[in-house]
Ligand binder design. Structure first.
Ligand code: SAM
Ligand code: SF4
Length: 335
């Protein structure tokens, strides 16, 4: 059931209303996906990471300011100790409409039912390939079978929707897009294809070489599926299509081939408490410093968040031809 709507105080210089917060609860992860991390990542020292209480306090401020949707992500959110308790507390924020989660599926199998009980409405699970060997290569440490079992556990747990996220890379997994959609159709779940974004320096490939644009994916899918564009845009970057004859939607997140910034409704909280106003820019405000300098001062925190809207940039500046200007990796960003 939808909870009542309320006033949104978070409006930026371009008139965009921010009603969606993505929260990275840890920069750590048990996978090392090639497009996301370097093989030898160093992670933040514990003292620099927000405590669960601080995360809850900041989320509460955002919800009181009008945020209606929170996505818990990472890093891998389910490796953070105590994350279930945090999810339960966020699920109790009375003005929050939607609590959702993005996970790599390594630990979801055992946790799915509890996550559902905590109040999480929908889950996104990352799955780039159905080939066991390729999965190992792309994630460096992941196990395909475990993730497939997690997807089944999520379906059984009865979330409103389960969605697969697949980052598509030319000559790595691009030939699998049809199989991945068929997999989603068979399970009655959704799938989104994501163009790789140049976040952080990685060693495994040149991002420009592996770029595979969304329109080519759509062309590949047309050979097997009839896709009809769905009109209800939710302010997000995805464009959705319904698969004819199936309970599956296919989404496309195309930061390169279709700029989506004019509709942007979101900000991100990094694991170390930086409020990022845009995925593709460094504009940020240090909220950890505020909650540690003024513990328990909700009004102070809210004012800092309201003021931060003034530096939300108009659009991202991704360029595949140049070295990344954004040095942070996706795991510390809260993808
Ligand atoms: N660990 C969780 C997972 O993998 O689902 C949550 C965090 S992960 C950073 C969130 C999403 O970002 C995943 O679907 C992942 O595939 C995607 N991602 C990571 N690095 C990316 C990049 N450079 N470009 C585009 N998407 C990326
Ligand atoms: Fe971990 Fe997710 Fe990044 Fe893969 S995409 S390394 S699972 S945080």
């Amino acid at each position: 059931m939808q909870k009542t709507h309320h006033i949104n105080s978070l409006i930026d210089r371009f008139g965009r209303h921010v009603n969606y917060l993505r929260v990275s609860v840890t920069d750590r992860c048990d996978f090392r996906c090639q497009y996301c991390m370097a093989e030898d990542m160093t992670f933040l020292p514990r003292a620099q990471v927000l405590t669960l209480e601080e995360i809850h306090f900041i989320c509460q401020a955002f919800v009181e300011l009008g945020v209606q949707k929170i996505r818990v992500t990472g890093g891998e959110p389910l490796v953070r100790k105590g994350v279930l308790g945090l999810l339960g507390e966020l699920g109790c924020l009375s003005k929050l409409n939607e609590l959702v989660l993005t996970t790599n599926g390594s630990k979801l199998g055992q946790m799915a039912a509890n996550i559902k009980s905590a109040g999480v409405k929908r889950v996104n699970i990352s799955l780039d390939t159905l080939d066991k060997e390729k999965f190992k290569i792309l994630t460096r440490t992941g196990n395909l079978e475990t993730v497939l079992q997690s997807i089944d556990a999520a379906v059984r747990a009865g979330f409103e929707r389960v969605k697969i996220n697949a980052v598509v890379l030319k000559n790595r997994n691009h030939t699998e897009v049809t199989d991945l959609v068929q997999f989603a159709v068979d399970k009655g779940i959704d799938i989104s294809f994501i163009e790789e974004m140049p976040l952080g320096v990685i060693s495994s490939h040149d991002r420009a070489d592996v770029f595979y644009p969304s329109h080519l994916i759509r062309q590949d899918l047309a050979a097997q599926f009839t896709l009809t564009q769905v009109q209800d845009k939710t302010g997000g970057p995805s464009v959705y299509y319904q698969v004819e004859g199936a309970n599956t939607r296919v989404g496309f997140i195309s930061p390169h081939s279709a700029n989506f910034c004019s509709q942007c409704n979101r900000v991100r909280l990094t694991a170390e408490g930086r409020l990022l106003l845009c995925l593709g820019n460094e504009h940020s405000v240090d909220l950890k410093q505020v909650v540690r300098a003024f513990p328990g001062d909700m009004n102070k925190l809210k004012q800092v968040i309201i003021d931060a809207m003034q530096i939300k940039p108009e659009k991202h500046e991704f360029n595949l031809q140049e070295q990344p200007i954004i040095l942070r990796h996706m795991n510390s960003t809260g993808g």
